[in-house]
Design a protein around this ligand. Structure first.
Ligand SMILES: [Zn+2]
Length: 211
């Protein structure tokens, strides 16, 4: 099997499309208040949002991954795969990342992992349920041990990014897990880029594929 890691960038204290929701068309579910046209809202936001922070790779509070020009250049220079870059029209050199390869998060395997969330102990992924009206997921918590199902692991290719099918965190702040296979972490390490990774088993700091 090809090694892969769970990766994440800096977090941003700002929303991407929710912060400009007065300037774009955002449809909300009347019952749960979640955004119904998220993809369209993001596409409208890329036309007007200005990115002020200089970061290599980060995720907005409303769950959108954004890459810098340096990330974009390294991606192409090293022939990485799995991301569609959508340029932010008013922030030259920044791109919204669309992760095109979707893998199934291993909910079954995560059930062996004990978690504690807000004082409550349970096992595996915590599913917040979904809205009875719009059917959207309220999100999930505690994605240990970050694995995708074994069947999907068999399909992995080197130097490629993937995203999880389910999303984590809550309501309008959900985002998928991101995974990167062998080659990517080594490249980012070599190029001294600020990106973080964890071994998929959740033994942080041990056996990371960047070493
Ligand atoms: Zn709803």
């Amino acid at each position: 099997m090809i090694n892969y890691c769970y990766i994440y960038g800096d977090s941003d204290e700002k929303n991407l499309y929710l912060d400009v929701s007065d300037k774009i068309k955002v449809d909300y579910c009347p019952t749960c208040k979640m955004v119904l046209n998220r993809k369209e809202a993001i596409m409208q936001a890329v036309k007007i949002v200005k990115i002020r922070k200089k970061k290599f790779f980060f995720t907005s509070l409303d769950g959108v991954s954004i890459a810098s020009r340096r990330f974009f250049e390294i991606y192409h220079q090293y022939n990485m795969k799995g991301i569609e870059f959508i340029p932010l029209e008013r922030s030259e050199g920044y791109y919204v990342c669309k992760f095109v390869n979707i893998m199934k998060f291993d909910v079954e395997q995560s059930k062996s992992i004990r978690i504690e969330y807000q004082g409550k102990v349970s096992y595996g992924v915590l599913d917040n349920g979904k809205c009875a009206i719009c059917q959207r997921s309220f999100g999930h918590h505690y994605p240990f041990p970050y694995r995708m199902i074994v069947e999907d692991e068999g399909k992995l290719e080197q130097n490629t990014f993937y995203r999880s099918d389910i999303e984590f965190e809550e309501k309008n702040y959900q985002s998928p897990l991101l995974w990167a296979t062998d080659g990517i972490i080594q490249t980012f390490t070599k190029e001294k880029c600020r990106i973080f990774y964890k071994n998929v088993e959740g033994y942080f700091g041990e056996g990371d594929c960047g070493k």
